[in-house]
Design a protein around this ligand. Structure first.
Ligand code: HEC
Ligand code: HEC
Length: 473
């Protein structure tokens, strides 16, 4: 989905490639420059500059090499990208065997349910056609497959766009509106969701028993043998009923202890997938190289854009820290527009309630640390002020992940900057726009500079070995 950015300045990308070719030595060589005061740098780089006074002609200045321009203090808080933070709710988060099993499961589509829409994935009614990778397949593991290019299409049209998985382990909350409090909570929900993979947790448990029992047991311990032999205790398929008012189904009729056995397999499936995803990291972007002292890693326009980002454009009030997010939720008034986009999306207001109600979250017995306090402060219902709030996105690799916002409403980075320049959108009825947004009065060239800066946030590619389908399906 990077085609939309084809018209954007590509200075930054080019500089990035050149700079990364130099590797660590370039950074080390230039590391001293960051500490040199700007005037000293100018004097050193351009002999005779010391004599430049008020009477020096403008033409003479233009002909000279740009003087080094180190980043100002606020920008230093955005780099470098540290290691992925620990997650004590998953005891297998950095386990090598769990990583390997997670990678297999990520590419495996055999346990997915029937397609409710015909698409490039298969014909209507076909099963076994959707893997995690189907919707997280671009270089950043966002969606570059779905047509049209906004909300993601799996077994059915999703209501939102699949975000990149590269660097997603840095987030405190998972999903656009924080539906999950740990990454491992997500996969079982996604496997069962009728619009993503449309499977069931019993299907999944049998699938892992039949195809990955050895790998699973080496990590998580023995599987219940009756899963393979006793179809009365462990029916072939079944999941919790959609509404409490629905009649009990196969799942509700199972013994409580057997449901727990299946739920634990679902949670462990998530823990293996999280272990895999935690390796998907991308840092050392041209911006990081500039902060580390390589002055030429980014263009002059990008440097001006960076200062606007932290200054006049106020982006830093939400996009802060080395992953460019405050990990908070805000209502920007992004319109619910576009093909297959629902008329309303309550965002945090709805998703936090689903999180609290989930029997598989970081505060339940399936978590390896129930004392993180992550769920404290969430309530049912959530305050009305959380309506239409979404999580502040990371901006790393942002040039690669068009279209933008939770339902791909904005096509290009220029569109995003214009959106903020106007002070955001009109909030949906009954919702309140974040007071941190207001018209910015950025000139056309300032907006171009801001986009040039955003284009310097493209980091290293993830290891090709992590993108190999190891499932053997
Ligand atoms: C139908 C396409 C589809 C499939 C299949 C799919 N995803 Fe996603 N994924 C999405 C969408 C859409 C979102 C955003 C959902 C939301 O915010 O409500 C998402 C969000 C995520 C996130 C959250 C990232 C963040 O920024 O917090 C993770 C992690 C993730 N998916 C992992 C997976 C894994 C693991 C699988 C396989 C078990 C999977 N996905 C299968 C479409 C898909
Ligand atoms: C009030 C907090 C806030 C401010 C200020 C803010 N952002 Fe955002 N930004 C967000 C949130 C929240 C989202 C996700 C919104 C959504 O999807 O509905 C977002 C999304 C984005 C996206 C799209 C991310 C994606 O993955 O699709 C870009 C690009 C972006 N912001 C850039 C900027 C720039 C540039 C500025 C300054 C001009 C800025 N933001 C100011 C909170 C903010």
């Amino acid at each position: 989905m990077s085609a939309g950015e084809a018209g954007e300045p590509s200075v930054a990308g080019g500089a990035g490639k050149a700079a990364s070719g130099g590797g660590g030595s370039g950074g080390a060589e230039n590391a001293g420059a960051a500490g040199v005061p700007e005037e000293g740098g100018m004097g050193g780089a351009v002999p005779g500059m010391g004599g430049v006074g008020a009477d020096a002609g403008a033409a003479g200045m233009v002909a000279m090499v740009e003087p080094p321009r180190p980043p100002t203090a606020p920008l230093l808080t955005l780099s470098p990208l540290p290691a992925v933070p620990a997650d004590t709710t998953n005891a297998y988060a950095d386990n090598a065997l769990a990583r390997a099993l997670g990678q297999k499961l990520f590419f495996d589509k055999r346990y997915s349910g029937v397609l409710k829409q015909a698409s490039d994935l298969g014909a209507l009614g076909e099963a076994g056609k959707v893997a995690c990778f189907s919707c997280h397949s671009s270089s950043t593991m966002a969606d570059n497959r779905s047509v049209p290019n906004n909300v993601t299409l799996g077994t059915d049209f999703h209501t939102r766009s699949a975000p990149p998985l590269v660097n997603s382990s840095y987030y405190v909350w998972t999903n656009w509106a924080g539906r999950f409090s740990a990454q491992w909570e997500l996969p079982i929900a996604v496997a069962e969701n009728p619009i993503t993979m449309n499977s069931t947790r019993l299907t999944l448990a049998h699938f892992i028993f039949d195809h990955y029992k050895t790998e699973y047991e080496a990590i998580f311990g023995a599987m219940e043998p009756a899963i393979g032999t006793d179809a009365a205790r462990f029916p072939a398929s079944g999941k919790p009923k959609a509404a409490t008012t629905d009649a009990d189904g196969v799942w509700e009729l199972m013994a409580a202890g057997d449901r727990t056995i299946v739920n634990r397999i679902g949670a462990n499936y998530g823990k293996a997938l999280q272990a895999y995803m935690r390796q998907l990291v991308s840092g050392n972007a041209p911006f990081d190289q500039w902060v580390a002292g390589t002055d030429h890693a980014v263009s002059a326009a990008a440097k001006r854009g960076a200062e606007l980002f932290a200054g006049k454009a106020r982006c830093l009030s939400c996009h802060n820290g080395p992953d460019f997010t405050d990990n908070q939720f805000h209502n920007l008034g992004v319109p619910q527009s576009g093909a297959h986009v629902p008329a309303t999306d309550d965002g945090r207001f709805k998703d936090a309630v689903s999180l609290l109600a989930s029997p598989i979250n970081s505060g339940t017995a399936f978590s390896d640390d129930i004392a993180t306090g992550r769920l404290l402060g969430l309530t049912t219902p959530m305050p009305l002020s959380t309506k239409a709030q979404f999580r502040t996105s990371s901006l790393r690799n942002i040039a690669l992940t068009a279209p933008y916002m939770h339902a791909g409403q904005l096509s290009t980075l220029s569109d995003v900057v214009a959106f903020y320049n106007a002070g955001g959108g009109a909030p949906a009825t009954g919702t309140v726009k974040d007071p941190l947004l207001f018209p910015l009065s950025l000139s056309a060239s300032e907006q171009t500079d801001l986009v040039a800066f955003l284009n310097t946030l493209t980091g290293t590619s993830v290891s090709a070995a992590l993108l190999v389908d190891t499932s053997g399906q």
